[in-house]
Design a protein around this ligand. Structure first.
Ligand code: PZK
Length: 297
């Protein structure tokens, strides 16, 4: 469905549109990426699950940091969007336009991914020293702020030190980014742990609103911005199973695909199992029915 607004940015699996000088529309698709490639087969309701989770987290985090959400009820969207309300319901958010801080704000409680690569090369992550003997999936002694700078399209974000962030945006703002990022991680990890889910790491986008208040943007604490692991399967020393994408990864690994674009179409059984994992993540974390969320949007 064509959205009748100017496109501001297109991510791998979502789009951002200009509504007016003060507002943007964030739209999450049902596309899924695996091994950095967007797959041709959508997962029904994935965009709605991620949007519903973000909305719930914004609410859970309201006493930690203000957020950019205005409304996600399509009936409250501007008139120009009413003809496409059906295509936006559940998977979009009307947000305040922020002046984004050009730093990917990442918190890690467990070691994996680019953090593990950094650790193996330097003994720390983003200049934060870590003890010897850690392996893939290890619990860190305490959560750490591991900022990155946004890479060009197609490249990976580059991990940078806290001092590099301070040189770029000023020490005072760098300290505020670290404090907010670690506070969001702490709240997210504690809540997820109560539901049997480990929050390995998470990436936030922060910006300043028109009054200069640091504000949480984008999506937050979703499976696309964070690594969720089933607590029951955690075992450091190997790659951890992904809460949401493990059926996809297992199927892709046995498919003979060489991980170059385009990826293969997924079988219906893998799509259905993966959709069920996304819905399960929503329902376990929020304690609410996903169908109720869809009805409310
Ligand atoms: C903004 N992105 C990332 C998200 C994309 C790209 N409230 C805001 N104000 C100003 N800018 C942004 C936001 C938000 N959120 C977010 N880039 C700019 C992004 C989704 C799809 F293509």
């Amino acid at each position: 469905m064509e959205i009748p607004l100017p496109l501001v940015a297109r991510g791998k699996v979502r789009e951002l549109y200009a509504v007016d000088d003060d507002h943007l529309l964030l739209v999450a698709s049902d596309r899924l990426s695996a091994y950095d490639v967007v797959l041709p087969t959508p997962v029904p309701d994935k965009g709605a699950v991620l949007t519903g989770l973000s909305l719930w987290w914004f609410d859970q985090l309201a006493d930690v940091v203000p957020h950019h959400l205005v409304t996600a009820r399509v009936a409250e969207y501007p008139a120009v969007l009413q003809p496409v309300a059906g295509a936006l319901r559940g998977r979009s958010m009307l947000v305040r336009r922020l002046a984004m801080v050009p730093v990917e704000c990442v918190a890690r409680g467990y070691l994996t991914g680019s953090g593990l690569a950094d650790y193996r090369a330097t003994g720390g992550v983003c200049g934060v020293p870590l003890p010897d003997g850690l392996s893939d999936g290890s619990l860190l002694p305490s959560p750490i702020f591991t900022p990155a700078t946004k890479a060009e399209v197609g490249e990976h974000d580059e991990n940078v030190s806290f001092d590099a962030v301070a040189d770029s945006v000023g020490r005072e703002l760098a300290e505020e980014l670290r404090r907010v990022t670690l506070a969001v991680y702490a709240r997210g990890a504690a809540l997820a742990a109560e539901r049997g889910i480990l929050l390995a790491d998470t990436k936030l986008e922060l910006g300043h609103d028109r009054s200069g208040v640091l504000t949480l943007g984008d999506e937050v604490l979703t499976p696309d911005s964070s690594r969720f692991w089933p607590a029951a399967g955690w075992q450091p020393g190997r790659a951890q199973p992904s809460f949401d994408k493990q059926y996809v990864r297992d199927w892709l690994s046995s498919s003979g695909w060489d991980r170059t674009a385009p990826g293969p179409e997924l079988p219906a059984s893998v799509v259905e199992q993966t959709r069920a994992k996304y819905v399960e993540a929503y329902e376990r974390l929020t304690g609410s029915s996903f169908d109720d969320y869809l009805r409310s949007a």
